[in-house]
Write a protein that binds this ligand. Structure first.
Ligand code: SF4
Length: 686
């Protein structure tokens, strides 16, 4: 048994077949998260193992500008020589590292250690910054700890009402819907998604106004006598300050800004407040904004006002996106963090981790740039001159994609470790072929904080190495002792456990043996006298702040960075399709998935199409202040007339992130993916 290579649900799969050409999967019927279900991506995952263009040898760009196969020693020698040279000339921060929420816990941990110890650079961050950072910032501030779902997924199935703010699991993680059959759903989404079709109540705010809506719902909870006063008094702090921000958000004002009728706002609060068991869940639709952390915090405020978090059968959570989006943010590949979800600026944390690593705490670098800021600085006088990318495809997934491609091209050295030739690998000076899901061993941590075993069921193709082997190969060439960078995942996990001990995400009591014995272990799981059972439900007695109380956040609405005007009169929002995952580098290589969603499109309301001369199926150009996209028009009444939608899985002239801008959330550094002012016109060729 192993787990699907894609999203954070981490559905359990049983793989059959002795090799990649014959491999097939079927769902594990007993794993409680997917309960025998898989989406089309999961069913077809073996296709990525046999992708015809699978990388099988290291490649180095030659004088003719072409990537040419070479052997591992030559490739790693070249990379190490260039890194040494750049560091000698420009300092340690001349080398940057870009990781991924798709890496196993072991790889994420080893990558952070490699950056801080072997490279001594502060310049490391990862693509999870584009995914989970806003909800993580809000949860850390509110509860003192961020775990996507602080309860098992299966608890949702016992609920009476679930509010989903900016999440579309019917398309992004369909097996989750098995847990949402009983509860009434309140869906907040500008689009009438497949999830919204199943909702008892669908609120359709204008893109970028979720924060105003959340403030309005808190206002109604208080003014209509729904506040759980005992809970607020006994288990929280800061209500008055938060209420002062929400007090002016009368339903009529909220309706004017969001477009959500006051009657629907009242009904949402009534449903939530009268439900014996209720959950508030946020997703990327609410979080991927330049005010994403405040928006997530406003939904946390609502949940706290209703007394939901920290009660069995109720709560607040966020639906993590990437496969290891949870573990990926705990083990030290974030710009500001060390393993165990520790802050890199905390002297005690530095001393603990340095002790585990056998290095001097004083020598560890400080915090670095966040993901977009790191990409933006590449090749500039102050920024890194080299970048090592592991498991990420920022040319497609980062905002302001054309600018990011320019910055990557300006580097003295770009190294990409991946298993398929992604669009980012196509720009690289050196490409290193690595093993993928069913070929590698390790652990992943799913959206409910449950640690899962990834098992090597097939051998990788000859010529392919694991990321851990790549990191050791480079570290040794950079003068590190080989024992400091083990390549056996079990050994790395044993070290990760020690590094995490006593931290906010404590894995010290979890072992491969316990997981292999079938134990369901959710962190925190500290090592102690007996075997700790893990913590499937957090906060039942106290929240993780020193006084045990959750914190309301005094947040207020503000406009998005991009406001429609005469030049760009529409709002573009981006999102996912059922058939594809992230930048599409994997799923676009699966014939059935490509057939299901072969090309980019722009979804437009028929009234909008009429107004701007657009026709269904015809090519159009979508323009923003940052770039333009070519895509065919798809008419849909699922949209508001002021909004257009583009999927972000496609590269080239149809890449949705050619449109998105560089506005960042001040706390989480999340880019503004969900709101861009655009114009849509028929293509000249049409
Ligand atoms: Fe499950 Fe997500 Fe994989 Fe689909 S993509 S099978 S929902 S883990």
């Amino acid at each position: 048994m192993t787990h699907c290579p894609y999203c954070a649900l981490q559905c359990a799969t049983l793989l059959s077949g002795a090799d990649a050409p014959s491999a097939t999967v079927r769902p594990d019927p007993v794993f409680p998260v997917n309960r025998g279900g898989l989406c089309q991506k999961g069913w077809t995952a073996p296709e990525v193992l046999r992708a015809p263009d699978r990388l099988r040898a290291p490649m180095v760009r030659g004088p003719d500008g072409e990537l040419t196969p070479t052997d591992w020693d030559d490739a790693l020698d070249l990379v190490a020589d260039r890194l040494r040279e750049l560091r000698a000339r420009h300092g340690a921060d001349a080398v940057g590292v870009f990781g991924s929420g798709g890496l196993t816990n072991e790889k994420a941990y080893a990558l952070g250690k490699f950056a801080r110890v072997a490279l001594a650079t502060s310049q490391i961050d990862y693509n999870g910054r584009f995914c989970m950072s806003s909800a993580a910032a809000a949860a850390n501030a509110a509860f003192g700890l961020d775990r996507g779902l602080p309860f098992p997924v299966s608890d949702l199935g016992e609920a009476d009402v679930v509010l989903l703010a900016g999440s579309n699991p019917a398309e992004t993680m369909p097996p989750l819907m098995r847990h949402l059959e009983r509860p009434q759903l309140i869906v907040i989404d500008p689009r009438a998604t497949r999830t919204a079709e199943r909702a008892a109540l669908h609120l359709r705010p204008a893109p970028g106004t979720d924060l105003a809506l959340a403030l309005g719902l808190l206002h109604l909870a208080v003014t209509e006598g729904r506040l759980d006063e005992d809970y607020v008094k006994e288990r929280t702090a800061g209500f008055e300050e938060a209420w002062q921000q929400a007090v002016g958000w009368w339903p009529e004002q909220v309706e004017r800004i969001t477009g959500v009728p006051a009657s629907d706002q009242r009904e949402a609060v009534r449903l939530l407040a009268e439900a014996p068991r209720a959950y508030v869940l946020t997703g990327r639709g609410a979080e991927q904004h330049s005010k994403g952390s405040d928006t997530a915090a406003a939904f946390v405020n609502l949940a706290l006002a209703l007394g939901l978090p920290g009660r069995i059968g109720s709560g607040y959570g966020t639906l993590t996106g990437q496969g290891n989006g949870q573990g990926g943010r705990e083990h030290g590949q974030k710009a500001d963090q060390l393993p165990g979800y520790r802050m890199i600026t905390d002297p005690d944390a530095r001393a603990h981790v340095a002790g585990v690593w056998g290095v001097d705490a004083e020598a560890l670098p400080g915090p670095g740039r966040s993901a977009y800021e790191l990409l933006d600085a590449l090749g500039t006088a102050q920024g890194p001159r080299a970048l090592l990318v592991f498991g990420s495809n920022p040319v497609v997934s980062a905002p302001r994609a054309a600018h990011v491609a320019d910055r990557l091209s300006a580097l003295d050295l770009l190294v990409v470790a991946d298993f398929v030739p992604s669009e980012t690998a196509a720009l690289a000076d050196v490409v290193l072929p690595v093993a993928q899901w069913a070929e590698e061993e390790g652990t992943m941590t799913n959206l409910e904080g449950r640690v899962l075993r990834r098992r090597p069921l097939l051998s990788p193709p000859p010529g392919v190495r694991t990321d851990l082997e790549v990191l050791r190969g480079l570290a040794v060439r950079l003068g590190q002792p080989a024992h400091r960078f083990p390549t056996a995942p079990r050994e790395v996990f044993a070290e990760l456990r020690r590094a995490s001990a006593g931290g906010r995400a404590d894995y010290s009591g979890i072992s491969y043996d316990r997981l292999d014995a079938g134990e369901a272990l959710h962190w925190p799981c500290p090592e102690g006298d007996g075997a700790h059972p893990g913590t499937p439900r957090l906060f039942l007695d106290r929240f993780a702040h020193p006084d045990g109380r959750a914190r309301f956040a005094p947040v207020d609405h503000r406009p998005s960075a991009a406001v429609p005007d005469a030049t760009f009169p529409l709002l573009a929002t981006t999102g996912r399709l059922l058939a594809h995952y992230q930048s599409g580098a994997q799923t676009r290589r699966v014939p059935a998935l490509l057939a299901a969603a072969p090309a980019p499109f722009v979804e437009v309301h028929p009234d909008t199409a009429l107004r701007y001369g657009l026709a269904d199926g015809e090519p159009a150009v979508v323009r923003s202040a940052h770039g333009s996209v070519e895509a065919r028009v798809r008419l849909s009444r699922a949209l508001r007339a002021d909004t257009v939608f583009l999927p972000f899985h496609f590269p080239g002239p149809g890449a949705a992130n050619l449109l998105t801008g560089s506005a960042l959330d001040p706390r989480s550094r999340m880019p503004e993916f969900k709101v861009t002012a655009v114009a849509v016109t028929p293509s000249v060729a049409a």
